[in-house]
Design a protein around this ligand. Structure first.
Ligand code: AMP
Length: 345
């Protein structure tokens, strides 16, 4: 029986389903309540499995339907934000494309730092205590949805003043200030390269790059400095969309070096290592140095820009190759060679 590609109805689902169809695979959509109409407009799902919430993925009935369909689940960002990753790792029976164990490393700030350090990439310096701040920092509040209330501080005094302000505004709970993540603020351009690692060809591919379009931070530049001060605005970093980037060609050496380093680190720390799509969230400073401040160990929504392929996928494949299609191709190739276990966990 041919494989079915299954995914949850959000994030990059349309692209994943379309990619599966392009590779001649069947598709199943795990459709969240209220989204049926949206997804039916695109006619990409052969089967629809209804769910009230992301956690329903763990229900026996849902899992049985996926197993009956011979489905491989393609995880994306919505699965991570749904939490309960321990249970997902342990109790979810159908095969998952990629390394299901790395999702927890993406979710947990300490594990994330450990993996990035092992990858040998340049990371913005982090500070244990605000007393140690010796350069501009970005302060990331625990549980801040959409980055609401993140602030920039230049020294310990500035930190205390601004922390007081965010707690007065109720953006941080009492006693939680200590849990804020303090990281060097890198002035530069954000870049999110989209990588794919194939355990079959043992190659790291670059399939695209984007930057995010975030509200309200990307709108603040449209308000004059004086009005910004008067309005006492608190910026948020909620992603609303993505903007394509083509990288300066001489940056590609460092981009690939970072991707290769990440794949080696994952092999060492998170067996069986990286499989499929991942993204390193970077800032490039004025000297052209790349700093990695986050990673995603699965498909990122920025790849939605390239349903018809990107400049990089075109150089590699000479046919439209989205990340969704690249995933489906890996599933198809692996299953034709009897190697599905090598690309799933
Ligand atoms: P995050 O919640 O870590 O994804 O950060 C939200 C946004 O803050 C990012 O999209 C960047 O625009 C910005 N940002 C995060 N970390 C840094 C940093 N170390 N230096 C400069 N900007 C940052």
């Amino acid at each position: 029986m041919r494989s079915t590609v299954a995914t949850i109805s959000s994030h990059s689902a349309l692209q994943i389903l379309r990619g599966a169809k392009d590779e001649g695979l069947r598709t199943a959509l795990l459709c969240l309540k209220g989204r049926e109409d949206l997804y039916s407009r695109f006619r990409l799902a052969d089967t629809i499995i209804k769910m009230d919430a992301v956690e329903d993925l763990l229900e026996k009935g849902v899992q049985k339907r996926l197993l009956d369909e011979n489905a491989v689940l393609v995880p994306h960002g919505t699965l991570i934000s749904g939490g309960r990753l321990d249970e997902f790792e342990r109790d979810f029976k159908p095969p998952v494309f990629g390394n299901r164990h790395i999702l927890r490393w993406e979710y947990d700030r300490d594990l994330k730092d450990k993996l990035l350090k092992e990858a040998g990439v340049r990371i913005p310096k982090s500070f244990r205590s605000h007393a140690d701040i010796d350069r501009p920092v970005i302060v990331k509040l625990p549980g801040a949805e959409g980055g609401r209330g993140y602030f920039i501080a230049k020294d310990a005094k500035d930190f205390e003043r601004k922390m007081k302000r965010v707690s007065e505004k109720g953006l941080i709970k009492e006693g939680e200030a200590e849990k804020a993540f303090i990281q060097e603020y890198v002035v530069g351009a954000t870049l999110y390269p989209h990588y794919f690692y194939s355990p079959i060809s043992k190659r790291v591919e670059l399939l695209g790059c984007d930057r995010r379009y975030e509200t309200s931070i990307d709108g603040l530049g449209r308000i004059g400095a004086r009005d910004q001060l008067d309005l006492d605005l608190i910026p948020t970093f909620r992603v609303m969309g993505n903007i394509p980037i083509v990288l300066r060609e001489s940056l590609l050496t460092d981009i690939f070096e970072a991707g290769d380093g990440f794949v080696s680190a994952a092999k060492k720390l998170v067996p069986p290592g990286m499989i499929g799509p991942f993204c390193l969230e970077m800032i490039c400073d004025e000297e052209g140095r790349l700093y990695t401040f986050e990673f995603s160990g699965r498909i990122v929504a920025g790849t939605n820009l390239f349903v018809g392929g990107s400049p990089y996928s075109d150089l590699l494949y000479h046919e439209p190759m989205s990340m969704g299609r690249r995933i489906a191709r890996e599933i198809r190739t692996a299953s034709e060679k009897g190697l599905l276990a090598r690309v799933t966990t």
